[in-house]
Write a protein that binds this ligand. Sequence first.
Ligand code: NAD
Length: 335
Amino acid sequence: MPHHCTLIPGDGIGPEVAEAAVRAIDATGVDIAWQRVELNESIILESGKALPQHVLDSLNETRVGLKGPVTTPVAGGFQSVNVQLRKALDLFANVRPVRTLPGIKTRFQDVAIDMVIFRENTEDLYSGLEHEVVKDVVTSLKVITRTASERIARYAFQYAAKNARKQVTAIHKANIMKLADGLFLRCCRETAAQFPQIRYKELIVDNASMQLVVRPETFDVLLLPNLYGDIVSDLAAGLVGGLGIVPGANMGQAHAVFEAVHGSAPDIAGQGKANPTAMMLSGVMLLTHLGENDAAARLQSSIESVYQDGQCLTGDVGGTGSTGEFTDAVLRRLQ
Ligand code: NAD
């Protein structure tokens, strides 16, 4: 029986990295029946909905998705499809492992970075509740609830306990947003008390950003509300070689959608320059989710072996290879 998975190539570099990831996942030998659904600007404009029904129908059927990035217009236009999808399916936990790949040349190549970011995925300033009170005066509502804060905290601590992680750091700005971030922090503290074997720390987000650059090796599990989680994810990606290599998972009670941290990268779209590693590593997370642990381990080690070798890497990590050449190198190791 094949696994049924929804494939959303997205737009920009999405279709290029999605194709590469599907080739790599299929090459592990795991039988996956991909349900391909298109989601891009023209389909959104045509349907008149930020999240067309056919996407939800497919994900409700398969419960598992591999998703490429989708462009969101800046300062106007339709609402973010990515945010809508996370809310519609209640994908409350955004999980992003940030690790140094073997052999990769970065500014921090002599530092062993291995952290996992848990970003709350459904509320905060992503509520989309904005309002022009009077001309040139705008408010944006930051929504923080006990329910959402508790479940992301529990998810992060449960992950830490299950994966022998030693420390969880909650990141906040509760010195300024005493009510909103204060509630988030209280939920983190209460959850931490239920996991006495895991060291619990708190850092204010500005200090955390500095500490991440100065001593990234001291971070283990990071626990953040939505906006800080978004920003800190890109910062952390920069520590290990950039957005081309950091995968992610949007996890809910019933659904799981795997996608890279990066966006649609319009500056390099359609040029064969995109690094498919982040999407392939999201595929590793998908295979693990499906219980295909052996295939996940083989794909992970094939990708690492290409990095160790240093040939066929894409431009963002210092190589001269194309998306296709990198993918072929991974596939050769999977045979
Ligand atoms: P981006 O992540 O698309 O790109 C930032 C920089 O990183 C660019 O220089 C890009 O070339 C580079 N980059 C990103 N992925 C790469 C890869 N795989 N290989 C090599 N280089 C890579 O961020 P942006 O430019 O701020 O956003 C572009 C669009 O993507 C926006 O519309 C934004 O809303 C959207 N976006 C979507 C998602 C998503 O679908 N989940 C996430 C973030 C941004």
